[in-house]
Structure formats: C-alpha cells, structure tokens
Design a protein around this ligand. Structure first.
Ligand code: ZN
Length: 270
C-alpha cells in the first residue's frame, strides 16, 4: 500500500453530516431490507463494490451512482475509466489500509478518499484506482453521502489527467464544484487577501473545513464569471501533467493576473 497515490479526500465536516463526528452509527433501511448489489451498471460504466461495509451503505451508494456519474460527465466529459471500484469499510484500520496507510489523526475527519496504486500521466492511465469510504459514512445523511460520492468520482474521472504535483486546493475546489449544490456563501466570510493554498487543507478541524470551502468558492467564482468550461480549462492548465504554475495558467486561461483575479473573487464573495 505504500505506493498508493492520494488523489483526493473530502472532509466530513464540509458536507453537513447528520452527526458532527463520523460516529459508528447503525444504518437502518425501511421495512424491506434489500440485498446490496455487488456490481452495478450505470450507463456504459461498471461499478464493483468490495470491502466489509454494510449492505445498507452499499445500497445507498448504488442508488446515487447514476446522478453522480451524470454530474461528473456534465462537467468533465465522458472520456474516463468505465470500470469503477468502490470499497466500503467497517473499521478505521481497514479504511487506513485501503486508503494507503498514514496516521489515525491524518484521517480523523475524512469521509472518503479516492486513491490509485500507480498513475502514468503519459499513457493517461491509472491502476488500482478505488474510492474508499470511511466506516462513519454509514451515518451520513443521504445528501451528504451523494456529495461525497460525486466528489470522489470526479477525482477518479480526472486522475489520469491530474499531475502528482498539482495544486491540491484547486483539485479539491473543482471536485466540490462538481459535487456540492451551490448554496449561498455565508455573509460573514472574510475576504481573501490571497488565493487558497495547500497548507489550508492539512490541519484537521475547522481550518481544513474552511480551506475546502474557500477552494470551493473560488471554483464557483470562476464558473460563474467565466463559465464551467473555462473552469475545466483552468484545471487542465494548472493541474494537468506538465502544467504551468498557477499565475501562468491564470494568465493563459483567464487573461488576467493573480491580483486581478483576487480582486474579482473578493467582489464575487461580497
Ligand atoms: Zn477531494
């Protein structure tokens, strides 16, 4: 597992869980329990479930797959892997093993993760790709679970077109743009002096949640002001294999400099 590439995570706190922590909460279905599907076909794609998570959770994820695939294709297009692996876990230990190791603290508020064993950007291929759900996913509301699935599915779809040294905050912001409903930005948001940065995402807790939100607001600003297609072009220019640095990508794709971009973003936020 040491070779796992961490593709992207979603902080549980950023998607309004029904519970403030990822507690182990038993999932109850309605009156008629259904056997969970192990393989689900969604359009031309085949989704295989593995791992020890509950049948109830797998059934809920399976029910969301059609909408999640649709949302990812609407933004990213259809040229991405047709085989998708989803792993549900029933212990923190199993989750960490599937997610590529790391400390317990590192995963403290992570709802799910998309990982790959190996990525070859030149061949546009990724092997061992999987979406891994933390055990606490079982306690998520339906809305939160769908956001998490769609967010991770975007990482999955974009993986072979995402460089290992891409600005993570932008990959996360775009994943959230694809996955989250465009709710109103809170009134009291402090206006940014700079673009988001990767360290904003590294400290578990409120700072990380705010870091994800700021990256999401940035992506929404770009899509509102320039169009979703231009947001996609910025992703490719700033995060794709052989990408330029962010200021050059911004200049090339948006025709403005970083200062102008921050000024526009502040205006959008206020
Ligand atoms: Zn992510």
């Amino acid at each position: 597992m040491a070779a796992c590439v961490l593709v992207g995570v979603l902080v549980a706190g950023s998607v309004a869980l029904t519970s403030p922590t990822l507690a182990h909460r038993p999932f109850t279905t309605g009156a008629t329990p259904r056997a969970a599907p192990l393989v689900v076909r969604v359009g031309g794609r085949v989704v295989t479930f593995a791992g020890a998570g509950s049948d109830g959770l797998r059934t809920r994820i399976a029910a969301d797959l059609g909408a999640a695939v649709h949302d990812v294709e609407a933004f990213w297009g259809v040229d991405w892997p047709h085989r998708i692996t989803v792993i549900t876990t029933d212990s923190d230990q199993q989750f960490r093993a599937q997610a590529g190791g790391g400390s317990r603290t590192q995963w403290a508020d992570i709802a799910a993760v998309a990982v790959a064993d190996r990525v070859d950007p030149e061949q546009r291929s990724a092997s061992g790709q999987r979406i891994v759900f933390a055990p606490g996913a079982v306690g998520m509301s339906d809305a939160a679970l769908r956001i998490v699935l769609t967010h991770e599915l975007f990482h999955y779809a974009a993986r072979a077109d995402t460089a290992a040294d891409a600005p993570r905050w932008l990959t996360e912001g775009v994943a959230d743009f694809v996955a989250r409903p465009a709710t109103a930005v809170p009134d009291a948001v402090p206006l940014p002096e700079a673009l988001p940065s990767d360290p904003d995402l590294d400290v578990p807790g409120p700072q990380r949640v705010l870091g994800y939100d700021r990256a999401w607001w940035f992506a929404r600003f770009i899509a509102d002001r320039y169009g979703a297609g231009t947001l996609r072009a910025l992703y490719v220019a700033a995060c794709g294999p052989g990408h330029s640095d962010l200021p050059a990508a911004v200049e090339h794709v948006l025709g403005t400099d970083t200062a102008g971009l921050i000024a526009g973003w502040r205006q959008w936020l206020s």
